[in-house]
Design a binder for this molecule. Structure first.
Ligand code: ADP
Ligand code: MG
Length: 761
């Protein structure tokens, strides 16, 4: 099976996502437009490195871009000098390809990330009243000096009839003093400030011009670019591509007017070449109808490709597992409790899917502690009832181990043969497990991603369950899905405790069925969360002591130290020693990522059996660990954790009948978002609510996590503000797939660009 046929859209925009404003963790290097442009324009003098270290200017969002200018200017200089020889042409197409620019239509759809206004020259007196925003002035150089106080800098004064402006360059080339010699006419654009010498611009963009040199009449587009790709080159390539392609509309006029959308061609032209009368604000803010059309088209392509993937998957065969037999029934009968309504509902949905002869692809969402494991075990039981094997894959050994212990304890007494497979098994044990899996003797296999290794051959795999699916890459999931007879696909159940808000689910999981467990098992008392300054650690330790004496168990989570695993380990070890000393009457365990699996297991088991009362842990316990008697959780340096991580951690308590508490220790002073995160934790126990807040604080790119953000990013549409477009796109996608296959193909061809392999589905 070709992975692209299953997950086309999540890989579609994977390489480069310059459009999402301020949402990216790793920002691509973006050439400053003027610095780049000027490499090819001989009259311009802007190829000096920009000043980077001026603290005053790094704060504004516009100025941050300049940080890339220094290296960019240096590198693009070399590129520029090579522009004309053949080998660099292929280098350039390579660089363009990196931006996803291969075919003409790719260029046409490479839309500006912002615009600059160079249409106007403001006289210097008026300019000095316009604080803050960027202005363009023009004047004759009256002075040009290198000054040494407070540090070496080039200071150029230009003047017009109304006043003068000082241009200040902290990094500059020697020849700039010649370029801006006294008497030369300069056009400079930048933010005007009132400095020591009056009005001044620090590192303005400037050009040497003749008197009366024409001004652009419209906004100047600035394109997402990369190193060695000057704006001028991109602009030209785009203009050329526009003359070659036919920008026909993929949607009929009737559809467009029903949707209230502008036509494609005029939208494209406006965006690349804004007419002077266009509403600049809406263009810059991406609210212009032309932008709306692009966002809509992009979302439509995404919806279409996901839905097609779903249809194509349905066309593949799976083994129908219709029987809810002896094992399933016995299992339910033996449970010490009855299922919640929500568990029953999702179980019914899963059972219905498993009856079908096409593969289930269902995402089971439920807050931490909502009881997903039993539902998974019941799904596995159904596969086994039908004579097939089931596999359960978890992202960490601890979690896999927990599942194994628990599910085996439920199912083995009912005669189910299980196997356990992780990377840390000895060769002999692995071979033994493999033999059981291959012969089909093992009906239920539980493990880590060792399960998807090629050497693992199932005899009759009917169902794959993936826990905490967001921790696995798409390809890892698919690999497991491949492990069945040719032409058949196993049913797949994915579980996630990171609830995904509706908008996101609609876009990223449009190809999955989603089941939600929206209630917790009865008898849970809500966890009380308190946010405590870490100066009050002694009080917290006293509280731990009291809990221990009452027979309760405690997790103590050590801070996340992103920079250094060694340091993190050290902290955990120190904390363990400190608590062991402070609490002589309690047994304190320690678990962290560096322990050998056997040691980890021993520590966990001791805690589960209440042989130790306090468990000091790094974030290895983040997901899935289930010890109902633990009712107090302490998280140190909670301000360093993300919201969903805190919620996951907190979910380790509140699993039994006892009232539980979570103490979030922080070290002040707290930043704005850290404060909001901790407040959200204090105020809410609801995973969906917390996820919504998390999304609001971080934006979808980061929210979905590094691994998925790259896969999932949209270039133009913003899921927070464009939800109404998402819904429209979704409805139209359904309609088109049913009634208008030609349009589907045309639209996907345009928007998936070079991803043609997808079109072979
Ligand atoms: P999660 O959804 O976080 O994976 P688990 O499946 O680990 O949650 O379940 C959390 C705890 O709740 C477990 O101890 C489990 O045995 C218990 N549990 C699950 N379903 C029910 C139920 N219907 N009634 C009572 N307890 C339940
Ligand atoms: Mg779980």
């Amino acid at each position: 099976m070709n992975p692209d046929t299953l997950e086309p859209i999540r890989t579609q925009f994977s390489s480069y996502h310059p459009y999402t404003k301020n949402k990216l963790t790793a920002k691509p290097t973006i050439l400053h437009p003027m610095a780049a442009e000027d490499q090819s324009a001989k009259t311009n003098a802007d190829n000096a490195p920009s000043g980077l270290h001026e603290p005053a200017i790094t704060a504004s969002p516009i100025e941050t871009e300049k940080t890339s200018t220094k290296t960019a200017a240096k590198k693009s200089k070399t590129t520029a000098s090579k522009v004309n020889n053949g080998s660099s042409a292929s280098k350039i197409s390579e660089k363009l390809a990196k931006l996803g620019l291969r075919k003409d239509m790719d260029f046409v759809l490479h839309l500006p990330m912002r615009y600059e206004d160079e249409t106007e020259i403001v006289n210097m007196r008026d300019a000095s009243f316009r604080g803050g925003s960027s202005v363009q002035v023009e004047g004759i150089v009256s002075e040009c000096d290198i000054q040494y106080r407070p540090r070496r800098q080039l200071v150029v004064t230009i003047a017009d009839d109304t006043g003068q402006v000082v241009l200040r360059f902290l990094n500059f080339y020697g020849n700039q003093t010649k370029q801006m010699a006294v008497g030369i006419r300069i056009r400079a654009r930048g933010e005007l400030r009132h400095g020591f010498f009056g009005a001044e611009m620090v590192h303005p963009h400037y050009k040497v011009v003749n008197e009366g040199a024409p001004l652009p009449t419209a906004l100047t587009p600035v394109y997402p670019s990369g190193e060695g790709l000057p704006q001028a080159l991109l602009r030209k390539a785009i203009v050329n591509a526009m003359t070659r392609v036919h920008c026909h509309d993929t949607l009929s006029p009737a559809r467009l007017s029903a949707l209230g959308l502008q036509d494609f061609e005029s939208s494209i032209r406006i965006l690349h070449n804004p007419p002077s009368e266009v509403d600049q604000y809406s263009l810059i803010e991406r609210e212009h109808p032309a932008w709306e059309r692009m966002k809509f088209d992009e979302l439509l392509a995404q919806q279409l490709s996901l839905k097609r993937a779903q249809i194509s998957r349905r066309s593949k065969g799976a083994n129908a597992l219709p029987l809810v037999g002896e094992l399933s029934n016995a299992f339910l009968l033996n449970l010490p409790f009855s299922l919640t309504k929500a568990q029953e509902k999702v179980l019914a949905e899963i059972r219905a899917d498993l009856r079908e002869a096409f593969p289930m692809q269902r995402l089971l969402q439920g807050d931490v502690g909502s009881g997903k494991t039993i539902v998974a075990a019941l799904a596995a039981a159904q596969a086994i009832d039908n004579g097939f094997q089931a596999a359960l894959m978890a992202p960490t050994e601890i979690l896999a181990e927990q599942h194994f212990r628990k599910i085996a304890a439920w199912l083995e007494p009912l005669g189910v043969k299980t196997a356990w497979l992780t990377g840390s098994l000895k060769k002999k044990e692995k071979d033994a497990a493999n033999a059981l899996i291959t012969s089909g003797e093992a009906q239920l296999v539980i493990g880590t991603h060792a399960l998807i290794q090629d050497s693992v051959q199932f005899k009759k795999l009917g169902l794959v369950i993936v826990d905490e699916q967001h921790r696995f890459g798409v390809s890892q999931r698919l690999n497991l899905a491949n492990k069945t007879e040719a032409g058949k696909v196993p049913h797949q159940l994915m579980m996630s405790a990171t609830p995904i808000p509706r908008t996101l689910a609609m876009t990223y999981y449009a190809d999955l069925e989603v089941s939600v467990i929206d209630e917790l098992p009865p008898g849970r008392t809500p966890i009380v969360t308190r946010v405590i300054d870490q100066n009050r650690r002694d009080e917290v330790i006293a509280r731990v002591q009291a809990a221990g004496q009452e027979g309760k168990q405690v997790y103590w989570v050590c801070p996340l130290i992103e920079e250094s695993e060694t340091l993190q380990l050290q902290t955990a070890t120190d904390t363990h020693a400190m608590l062991a000393e402070a609490l002589p009457e309690l047994r304190v365990g320690l678990v962290h990522g560096r322990l050998k699996p056997a040691e980890k297991q021993a520590t966990m088991e001791a805690f589960i059996r209440n042989e130790s009362q306090v468990l000091v842990a790094t974030t290895v316990i983040e997901v899935g660990v289930d010890v109902p008697n633990a009712s107090l959780m302490v998280i140190e340096h909670a301000e360093r954790f993300g919201l969903s991580q805190l919620h996951q951690l907190r979910g380790r308590v509140g699993r039994g009948a006892a009232a539980s508490a979570c103490l979030l220790l922080y070290q002040g002073p707290l930043g704005g978002t850290a404060k909001q995160r901790l407040a959200t934790m204090r105020e809410s126990n609801d995973g969906f609510e917390i996820a919504r807040k998390d999304l609001e604080l971080r934006g979808p790119g980061e929210f979905l996590g590094a691994r998925q953000s790259g896969e999932a990013m949209l270039r133009f549409a913003n899921l927070e503000t464009d939800q109404w477009l998402v819904e429209k796109a979704r409805n139209l996608a359904d309609d088109l797939l049913k009634n208008d296959p030609a349009t589907v193909i045309a639209h996907l061809e345009r928007w998936l660009g070079y991803k043609e392999e997808f079109l072979r589905v």
